[in-house]
Ligand binder design. Structure first.
Ligand code: KIV
Ligand code: NA
Length: 269
């Protein structure tokens, strides 16, 4: 299987119609990427790794070094999906030049195909700057977790007319600037649909709508690694139960001196 490309993803939406829904999941490690790769069109090395992998309180403290290390691991573990790496908070907002430097570093050090950044109209100039210089950019509007300090939490967006209008205008600005796809996160469904219809590029929903051109979830969330997850998460497995069950069985066998058994020990010939 040849690796998909950014233009192939962009072509998943033609004349306002979804050609084939885009499947995206987050990945942070090589083995995880290996398991997800064949099922996904896109693997996102999300800055959600701050909470999921590092136990941080938000994505705000995540660094470019962290994104580069995990991005490289995910590229090594995949051969089919397009790998996109999140630009972390503080690495791109200052200027298009700062964004280019950070994005170029991620492409050079990881082998990823493009980057994602949060923000709408305020980031349009940066999206155009990177795109004109050979770096594909995925946008991200609605609930933008890096702005948690400004938003005051992780509540759904687009409930007021002003907020709804801004989300649609933000998506349009990113589309006009050349974003190849846009994540729409935590937005009331009619506004997620309106934003999807307003742009030429594909939208990828998370807490959006089934009518977005694709969907994304955090893999650990949808695999049931956490007790508390947002409303938009559907759990497709109970990994937390499997892992703590395995650890419990192992602990009991160690204490009972029944592990290791004959099969797990080296005996003299
Ligand atoms: O960091 C992340 O995992 C994301 C997705 C949820 C879109 O940005
Ligand atoms: Na993110």
């Amino acid at each position: 299987m040849k690796r998909l490309t950014v233009p192939a993803i962009r072509r998943r939406k033609k004349d306002g119609v979804t050609v084939e829904p885009i499947v995206m999941l987050t990945a942070y490690t090589a083995r995880q990427a290996q398991l997800l790769d064949a099922h996904c069109d896109l693997l996102l090395v999300g800055d959600s790794l701050g909470q999921v992998i590092y136990g941080l309180p938000s994505s705000v403290p995540v660094t470019l070094d962290m994104m580069a290390a995990h991005g490289a691991a995910v590229v090594r573990g995949s051969y089919h999906a397009v790998v996109i790496v999140d630009m972390p908070f503080g690495a791109y907002e200052q200027s298009p030049q700062q964004a280019f430097e950070s994005a170029a570093r991620l492409l050079k050090e990881t082998g990823c195909a493009g980057v994602k950044l949060e923000g709408g109209a305020a980031m349009a100039e940066t999206v155009a700057f990177l795109t004109a210089r050979g770096i594909p950019v995925m946008g991200h509007v609605g609930l933008t977790p890096q702005a948690v300090n400004l938003l005051g939490g992780y509540n759904a967006r687009g409930r007021s007319d002003a907020e709804a209008d801004k989300i649609v205008a933000d998506a349009k600005a990113l589309d006009d600037a050349g974003a190849f796809a846009i994540v729409i996160e935590g937005v009331v469904e009619p506004i997620a649909i309106a934003a999807t219809q307003a742009v030429a590029c594909p939208t990828i929903g998370i807490g959006g709508s089934a009518l977005c051109d694709g969907q994304v979830l955090v893999t650990e969330d949808m695999c049931g690694m956490f007790d508390r997850v947002p409303r938009f998460v559907k759990r497709y497995a109970d990994l937390a139960g499997l892992i703590s069950g395995a650890a419990g069985s192992y602990a009991a066998e160690v204490r009972a001196r029944t592990f290791p058994g004959v099969e797990q020990t080296y005996q003299p010939k």
